[in-house]
Design a protein around this ligand. Structure first.
Ligand SMILES: Nc1ncnc2c1ncn2[C@@H]1O[C@H](COP(=O)(O)OP(=O)(O)OP(=O)(O)O)[C@@H](O)[C@H]1O
Length: 652
């Protein structure tokens, strides 16, 4: 498959090579060549040379659109499972050897009591003791080896599945409140099971029948006693599962909710402190944690009771075997040494059953964790490899876009349709709650429509390769969040392969280079997770540069001037002019009229519908006409677009 993005490799070097603020000669960059024109009208960008000066969306940097390799997460999962299976098979070989060696001690006791003590042979005693010491040491080594293997398997699984799980969770969180991120915790659960004693008990269980057979061979009565006990322990295990699984599941559910709340607390710590909400926040977390603990106590109580029952049954069995064995010995059917040996073997045979009962909850939790991991990885839309398309030009088609949030009956967007040509700029205005932000999110693919489609250069956003789409799209959300790192890294969307040239171009496009140059550390200024030391307006402007990074073909700005002063407003207007001259298609959601002068078209939204749509002058005239024909109940500020008159019936 041809990767159109690999043509004309450009770029000047990795980020962080000190280009910030310096005058640079970018003229060496090769012009971008389009292998084919995806636009049906055959329209070409008006300023290809300017676009080609930086990499990215319309640029020439081969790395920007490089395919990262197929994201077949289910294959990754299969590989992980295969690694587990292979290692477990190897561990089974060692388990087999350790279980055989376990027989050494009872055999030694049997030989001592029945041979050495009767023959009084020192030589036999020394020889047997030497053998048993060797067997015990070998068993210890083999046991350590199987634990080493399991530990490394757990590490391998974490290394193999960590990235895919986080990628798939990040993608899946589009449809939820981010609970998929907790699947990383599931990976931790799986890891802990792989190194647990419970797994070793499970691995030892297949050898129980051999021990039972050995006891049976000593004397059928003793064998039957142990078999009956194994059956009782099995029944206890079933009862244990029945009476604990529900409570453990409840405990888990509450714990997940508490974790989500904790996460939201950490993100909102400033507001929690400012509004003195600590007691309330802690109490919400405490309620979920308390419910989780309550369910856990209930389940653990039952687990402890069943585990104690099984331990008592095992000990009583050993006592019973000694007693019944002694009576058999009195009758001369077996020797004293055989009784002791059989009792020890019985202990070894039943120990894994008991271990499995005790660790049953651990097993259930791990099985559920694996189920969630497998579902997340197998169902991820990232699994499907998409064709890498030619760089888009920025034609946007919105077709009968309907959005009814899952679980609600509310129609937020009601069958919207409109088209923008490459280089068009559109302002979306309308009252609060009209659906502007939701539409903006759909235009960049961060919310998926219930029905209808958003197409970039005729291709449905859902069918674009995610990475390619992301690099051709710029988005400035209403609630700006920066990543902890330098300004440079934030503008470059944390990409390690971003060039200084790309970062500088984005800053110039967004008209923030001057502002960044005024910081003592310029582009290397460190920004904390909460945006410190930047002001709200500065954060918004850095995020604007991030939206322009890579010269995307489609830029959606959601209230980009909500925190800007007059100078920031002017810089934003200049940024929109730059975008226009670079043929970017720009959509601006705004509540302020100051930006309307910088756009070609205006859309008025009302209750999820398009109330007006057209060329700027035409829509402004219609709005003015409507304002005049409707008597205003109170004086309206001409600086406020939230005019109730705008919300009338749709004349579209
Ligand atoms: N996932 C969702 N679940 C439920 N309701 C939703 C969801 N997304 C949006 N809404 C509702 O849709 C309506 C439109 O929201 P949206 O944020 O798009 O409005 P807006 O026009 O951008 O408003 P503002 O100008 O105040 O930002 C709101 O009433 C909101 O509650």
């Amino acid at each position: 498959m041809k990767d159109y993005g690999t043509e004309n490799p450009g770029g000047t070097g990795p980020t962080g090579q000190g280009a910030t603020g310096k005058a640079r000669d970018f003229s060496n960059a090769a012009p971008h060549q389009m292998p084919q024109n995806p636009h049906p009208s055959g329209q070409r960008p008006k300023s290809p040379i300017r676009r080609s000066q930086s990499g990215g969306g319309g640029g020439n940097d081969s790395r920007f659109h490089k395919r990262l390799g197929p994201n077949d997460f289910s294959k990754g999962l299969e590989l992980g499972l295969q690694a587990i299976r292979q290692n477990i098979l190897l561990v089974m070989v060692f388990t087999c050897a350790t279980n055989l060696l376990i027989l050494a001690i009872p055999l030694y006791l049997f030989q001592i009591s029945d041979r050495v003590l009767t023959s009084r042979s020192m030589d036999t005693l020394v020889m047997l003791t030497t053998l048993i010491v060797g067997a015990v040491l070998l068993q210890a080594v083999l046991d350590a080896v199987r634990r080493f293997i399991l530990m490394r398997t757990a590490v391998e699984i974490a290394a193999q599945l960590g990235n895919p799980i986080l990628s798939a969770a990040a993608r899946a969180s589009l449809h939820s409140n981010g609970r998929e991120y907790q699947t990383l915790g599931d990976l931790q659960q799986l890891r802990s099971f792989l190194v647990s004693g419970t797994l070793l008990s499970f691995l030892d269980i297949p050898f129980t029948p051999f021990f039972l057979l050995a006891i049976y061979l000593v004397h059928p009565h003793l064998g039957l006693i142990v078999m009956a006990t194994a059956l009782v322990l099995f029944v206890i295990a079933l009862i244990n599962q029945k009476i604990t699984s529900r409570s453990f599941a409840e405990a888990n559910q509450h714990q997940s909710r508490a974790n989500l709340h904790l996460d939201s607390m950490s993100r909102n710590s400033q507001i929690i402190n400012a509004l003195a909400m600590i007691p309330e926040a802690v109490s919400i977390w405490g309620q979920d944690t308390a419910r989780s603990l309550k369910s856990q106590v209930k389940a653990q109580d039952r687990n402890i009771i069943t585990a104690s029952c099984s331990r008592a049954v095992r000990l009583l069995t050993q006592i019973g075997m000694l007693g019944w064995g002694a009576s058999l010995a009195i009758n001369g059917e077996i020797t004293g040494g055989m009784v002791i040996a059989a009792s020890i073997i019985a202990g070894r045979a039943l120990a894994p059953v008991e271990g499995a009962i005790e660790g049953w909850n651990h097993f259930l939790l791990s099985r559920a964790a694996y189920g969630r991991i497998a579902t997340l990885l197998r169902s991820s839309p990232l699994n499907r490899d998409r064709l890498i398309l030619p760089h888009p030009e920025g034609r946007l088609d919105v077709e009968r876009l309907l959005f009814v949030p899952p679980g609600t009956k509310r129609v937020v967007l009601n069958g919207l349709s409109f088209t923008l040509s490459p280089g068009d700029s559109l302002a979306i205005i309308g009252n609060s709650g009209a659906g502007k932000t939701t539409l903006g999110k759909m235009l960049v693919g961060s919310v998926l429509p219930t029905s209808g489609a958003v197409r970039l250069d005729l291709m449905d956003l859902r069918n674009w390769d995610q990475r390619q789409l992301g690099s051709n799209v710029g988005y400035l959300p209403q609630d700006v969040q920066l990543f902890p790192g330098t300004i440079k890294q934030n503008i470059a969307r944390m990409r390690e392969d971003a060039t200084d040239e790309q970062i500088h171009t984005a800053a110039v496009l967004a008209d923030v280079h001057e502002m960044i140059a005024s910081f003592p550390e310029g582009y290397e200024t460190m920004v904390a997770a909460d945006g410190t030391p930047l002001s709200g307006g500065q954060k918004q402007r850095i995020a604007l540069a991030r939206a322009f990074f890579g010269e995307p073909r489609l830029v959606v700005l959601d209230e980009p001037n909500s925190n800007l002063d007059a100078a920031g407003d002017m810089a934003l207007a200049r940024a929109l002019t730059h975008a226009k001259s670079h043929d970017m298609t720009v959509v601006v959601v705004t509540q302020k009229p100051s930006l309307l002068g910088s756009v070609d078209k205006i859309m008025l939204m009302a209750d999820g519908n398009i109330a007006m749509f057209g060329q700027r002058q035409q829509v402004l005239a219609q709005l003015e006409q409507r304002r005049r024909s409707t008597p205003a109940p109170a004086p309206q500020s001409n600086q406020n677009l939230q005019n109730p008159n705008l919300n009338g019936p749709a004349p579209a």
